[in-house]
Ligand binder design. Sequence first.
Ligand SMILES: Nc1ncnc2c1ncn2[C@@H]1O[C@H](COP(=O)(O)OP(=O)(O)OP(=O)(O)O)[C@@H](O)[C@H]1O
Length: 863
Amino acid sequence: MASGGSGFRNGTRNTMRNSPSFPVPKPTPAKSRNGTSIAGIRRASGSVAVNDDAGVPGRVRVAVRLRPKNAEELVTDADFADCVELQPELKRLKLRKNNWDSDTYQFDEVLTEFASQKRVYEVVAKPVVESVLEGYNGTVMAYGQTGTGKTFTLGRLGEEDPAARGIMVRSMEDILADISPETDSISVSYLQLYMETIQDLLNPSNDNIAILEDPKTGDVSVPNATVVEIKDQNSFLNLLILGEAHRFAANTKLNTESSRSHAILLVHVKRSVKGNHDRAVSVSCENGNASSLIKSFRPQMVRKSKLVVVDLAGSERIDKSGSEGHTLEEAKSINLSLSALGKCINALAENSSHVPVRDSKLTRLLRDSFGGTARTSLIITIGSSPRHRGETTSTISFGQRTMKVENMVKIKEEFDYKSLCRRLDIEVDRLIAENERQRKNYEDDIERLRDNAQQRIDDAERACQIALEAPTQCASEEITELKELLKKETASRRSTEEENRTLKSQMMHLKKSETASNTELIKLHKMLEDEAYQKDKLEEEIAILRSQLLQLSFEADETRRTLDRGGTGKVFPGLDTLMTQIKNPQLRDSENGQKASFAKLFEQVGLQKILSLLGSEDSDVRIHAVKVVANLAAEEANQEKIVDAGGLTSLLMLLRTSEDETIRRVAAGAIANLAMNETNQELVMTQGGISLLSLTADNAEDPQTLRMVAGAIANLCGNDKLQSRLRSDGGIKALLSMVRCGHPDVLAQVARGIANFAKCESRASTQGSKVGKSFLLEDGALSWIVKNANNEAAPIRRHIELALCHLAQHEVNAKEMIGGGALWELVRISRDCSREDIRSLAHRTLTSSPTFFAELKRLRIEC
Ligand SMILES: Nc1ncnc2c1ncn2[C@@H]1O[C@H](COP(=O)(O)OP(=O)(O)OP(=O)(O)O)[C@@H](O)[C@H]1O
């Protein structure tokens, strides 16, 4: 994601936006500079991007995929019309607003529920994979509500049915088929991003990996992540299986679900570029030999590219009180990274001058994928159920905004200095060995010659001695003969000594040239180190300049805003204007319009005035005012201001005093939203919130009122600090009393509250801060839990299954659970639960608890 202000996003933007379906522009690899000198290279960096052309524009491609209805939807939605209708031939999607009205959206590809995995790969990912093989960076990302098929699309291995293979597997098959193993290499890292922490799925002990950003090139890397070289498809499949097992183990340990974390697969492709031998590096050296040696080495050109495949967490709108199963911290952090992604996409789509890339780790990791230099393809996944119209609408609008984001794809070639250095090292070692071999031969020759000469001298001396001892007659002849011999031997000895001297001088010469080569090598190493140091310094300066620039642009924005506000001259328009705006029916036409208007009201009228209307005499005004407050409370940014201005107290007061159920329902919803925040949860408790919510529940007739109340209590149940207070104030009993209404939305919230409570309680028991039986069991929740453990509505069932697993983890609960029939449910969960992590949690719990284990043995049940 490129940060704001980079000019390349303009230019072709309008033509792109006007053509709803277009071929991806095929980038022409830019030409490299020839004959680059080492001096030229040194100015840039140790690893030099030879090609720094501006790149080729390429809009982010967006495809939408509809998941087939599952068995549950076929039953529950049987009497209702689907909320979407696809027109794949026109690449259009119709989103039904009601029976007679619908909105139409255009996408790059529209994939129906019958689309095969092969076709999805070919239209969504194959163009990106082909680009990566040409040297460009590429991203394939899936976005959508939980359970709509993101993992199905990206991560299926297809072990049983090859036609089911997902995008990750098919991408690697194409990459391996295209590269040449002698010159190219592929390596892989596999990460999980959960609660703003990056975990290594290939090495779970590596659980807090830092992100490194190169301020010069904008490249993002995770240097401490495990990188595994891939030689064949089997080794890649084994890595995916290992990664999934670690992801599952990490999520089980944290008692969470895979759908709450983002999974990121990084595939690094390094290819050498053929036909670039004219780009030799020339080196000027003092020593002629070394110069010719180094001149014969030419650095190879390499293209490094990266394929990023991202399986995002479920995109449901967890900021609403009615959402399922998220604890507060998780909700905040998933919110943080997904909403940061949304904000960046909005800023890029609107061509804004500032793109808040640094707001989350997800956006930092993906900075190159949106508005950067990568080719990016997004697949949004949806379901057709009218029950999820809200989520489907928000997924579609994310996809539509993303279609406006334009990247500038760029190829990057580098001189491969590492391999040059390696080759030089090998050559120097070869020369050293050769030199040593020759020296040894010379020394042996000298030794042999010396021995020969000595032998001959000894022979001559012996002969001389014999001659001296012989009769005088022949003595003079023999002496002459011997003198002659001695002369010859002396001459031969001299010539041997001369030869010896010559060899020694040759050896000295060789030693000198070896020293010169070593000096040259040391010089080259030093040059590389200097370059790395200069590069680091430049990067530091650029980072400082960037931050100054950001500060300046922030101050400019502030100044502009202040001037704008001063221009209107009206900070608080009158109360009449507020009322007119609240009652204006046009404001209720669209959700976005309504939100924007409320935000404007908030700014213009002032919170105090809005809150004061909660006590108005006119009940119509009171209803509108509480709706305004509830809408403001749904925005996280407003919550603190509302509480500081006494809004929470006023809302609780309305629960106590108002006779109108609509007011009580909307107030409970607002309280539920405020109770997403830990500090506010404590305030709700200290102000007697539980008994007021219980009272509201007792008097409620509308299931939606109960849903709001249950949602608020469920949020409080997720706070570790409030467990015993919540119970003594009657929170658990209040939750259980609401099941009388039987409405599935209410039951889902009750189940969520019970799961939250069980999870916190289990944590407290493990830490030793809670002893004794579970409060849930003491307050009689077990029979409802057991009755609903196999509820046909998936959200209810899933929460209850989790709650049962948490309760069963503590031996003190085991006997009562067996007596209440929970054992059978746990056995069923360990065998039939559709969620593998819950299934295995139940199995582990049953086999590790002595009480459960003994009972299973007694009943001869195998688990
Ligand atoms: N196109 C499809 N055809 C058949 N079944 C599908 C399809 N898409 C998804 N499913 C099924 O729907 C269920 C949910 O899919 P999946 O787990 O991929 O969703 P998800 O969006 O990744 O969910 P989460 O956000 O929880 O990870 C799975 O059982 C999967 O097999």
